[in-house]
Design a protein around this ligand. Structure first.
Ligand code: FES
Length: 191
């Protein structure tokens, strides 16, 4: 068995084995690699977060199945339907999160009208008032016909309620869900 070299009584550093400096270099390389590895997850998450708005954008304005045709009242009374989407960002993956709502009205055997619940004036949610058979905005008392048309010439809303595209696919109601800028006369989709 070979014993490690020991310093002489006189203490000669050159007698020490050369393994110590080499170990030090290896430790340094390892530290650099570990340090670099520590940056990988945050950078990857940052890239995912940066790309996330693009993913959200792809979801906006897409046709979504909102109801069965048979579920809508035959008399044309509006049925408020919640719109849900999956929300994915750098930290979360939340499925079926509510992102808005739409009033669906049957206007024919195979015809459905979809009205966005957001008031074009300042973004409050309109309600369906069955007694008067109108949509009503509680924020500034805006009143709308079931078609979405403003009822009053002095309406605070700069435009009628926003209708959405509808497709009847078999027995299902599909709606192109999108939101629009408020407080402008023009119906401009949000980017
Ligand atoms: S927000 Fe609806 S009338 Fe003002």
């Amino acid at each position: 068995m070979i014993s490690p070299a020991q310093p002489s009584v006189a203490g000669k550093p050159s007698d020490w084995p050369a393994v110590e400096p080499r170990r030090g270099v290896l430790f340094k390389i390892l530290a650099v690699l570990l340090g670099a590895a520590a940056y990988v997850p945050p950078v990857a998450l940052g890239v995912a977060s940066f790309l996330n708005p693009l993913r959200q954008k792809r979801q906006a304005g897409q046709f979504m199945r909102l109801a069965a045709l048979d579920a809508l009242p035959a008399d044309g009374a509006p049925l408020k339907t919640t719109v849900t989407m999956d929300r994915v960002d750098a930290w979360n993956r939340l499925l079926n999160q509510p992102v808005g709502a739409v009033f669906l009205q049957r206007v024919g055997p195979k015809e459905v009208r979809a009205i966005h619940v957001v008031c074009p004036h300042a973004g409050c949610f309109v309600t369906y008032e069955a007694k008067e058979n109108i949509f009503f905005c509680p924020c500034h008392t805006g009143r709308f016909e079931l078609s979405g048309k403003r009822k009053d010439t002095t309406s605070p809303s700069p435009r009628d309620l926003d209708s959405l595209q509808v497709e009847i696919r078999g027995s299902e109601v599909w709606v192109k869900f999108e939101s629009f800028q408020t407080n402008t006369p023009k119906k401009t989709p949000l980017a």
